[in-house]
Write a protein that binds this ligand. Structure first.
Ligand code: RET
Length: 328
């Protein structure tokens, strides 16, 4: 027996479209699911080797990959989809299309994971939190536009596409200008990591509206090809991006990004607290922010925590322009 019977088994679950993925599409979705699953575990286990207050990026990335694993399980199984009436009935390989299979589960995935991807990247830039939030809001608008536009069978679907693209441009602006400005003020491996992952993000994310335009939008390519297109993009946008980012974070102290968390009494940060007993009482939250951004990594002699209390990242970098270059 053997083989992949997922599509045949789950035919009974939802309504079925004329034009849907075949077993080959399903095989590919399950392949991507496995890669996402392996990456989830790898990132989580790798995180355990880091001090507890340095794990934030591992946890965010693990969440992203776990959600992707489940979403690919759904799509491989032919679940989380619904037939939509297409705007353009085509010939050739997509001829059968009166209705086309749309995986709405994809948007649920993106609704959860794209804000987390942006959080990963923008926390790395040291950007103030309100700016991060505004970019994430724009991202959510973009995803919801894709979700509502996809099942719309009239030309009004392109209205959603245009709104989504406008929101996307705000996200791109945030990454390209705001993020880069803050990251380069912090310098060293912070700006290197931000730039590398930022360029990758902008490049791959630009391909998503194109994939949407020829799949859910224009009904130009077969759902199996749609699977390959989105699958490759998702592999780059999630695991490849995640590993690159976490690799960069090996040499970044989250405190230099303004991220202060209480640490377990073990490990590297214990060291830090012993050297700075005033900071060891938990009030260290919010204390050494800005000034250390320029000095970095435990070599922060003479920084009196009290003086810095309440001086936060972004603002600090703007108010002390003499301190922008960092030697990491
Ligand atoms: C839509 C359609 C509306 C216009 C635009 C879109 C952009 C989507 C993007 C998605 C990124 C997804 C990622 C997933 C991670 O695995 C919604 C397709 C601009 C950029 C990164």
């Amino acid at each position: 027996m053997g083989g992949n019977h997922a599509i045949a088994t789950n035919n009974v679950v939802f309504r079925n479209a004329n034009l849907a993925i075949t077993n080959r599409g399903s095989d590919w979705y399950f392949t991507v699911m496995s890669l996402m699953g392996i990456s989830t575990l790898a990132v989580l286990v790798w995180g355990f080797s880091r001090p507890q207050n340095s794990r934030i990026f591992h946890y965010i990335t693990t969440g992203i990959l776990a959600v992707a694993t489940i979403s690919y399980f759904s799509m491989g199984s032919g679940l989380g989809q619904d037939p939509i009436a297409v705007e353009f009935v085509r010939g050739g390989k997509v001829r059968a299309a009166g209705t086309r299979e749309i995986f709405y589960v994809r948007y649920i995935d993106w609704f959860v994971t794209t804000p987390l991807l942006l959080l990963d990247l923008l926390l790395t830039s040291g950007m103030p939190f309100p700016t991060i939030l505004s970019i994430i809001f724009a991202d959510l608008i973009m995803i919801v536009c894709g979700l509502v536009g996809a099942p719309t069978s009239t030309r009004y679907k392109w209205g959603y596409f245009v709104f989504g693209c406008a929101a996307f441009l705000y996200v791109v602006w945030g990454l390209l200008f705001e993020g880069r400005r803050h990251a380069s003020a912090l310098g060293g491996s912070i700006s290197r990591t931000y730039n590398m992952c930022g360029v990758l993000t902008i490049f791959v994310w630009f391909l998503y509206p194109i994939a949407w335009g020829v799949s859910e939008g224009g009904n130009v390519i077969h759902p199996d090809s749609e699977a390959v297109f989105y699958g490759i993009l998702d592999l780059i946008a999630k695991p490849v991006f995640g590993f690159l980012l976490l690799w960069g974070h090996r040499s970044i102290d989250p405190r230099d990004l303004g991220l202060h968390f209480r640490d377990t009494p073990l490990g590297e940060s214990r060291h830090h607290m012993e050297k700075h007993p005033i900071a060891a009482d938990g009030i260290q939250n919010g204390t050494h922010n800005g000034v250390n951004n320029g000095v970095n990594n435990g070599v922060n002699p003479g920084v009196t925590p009290g003086v810095n209390t309440g001086v936060h990242n972004g603002i600090h970098n703007e108010t002390h322009p003499t301190n922008p270059t960092n030697v990491v």
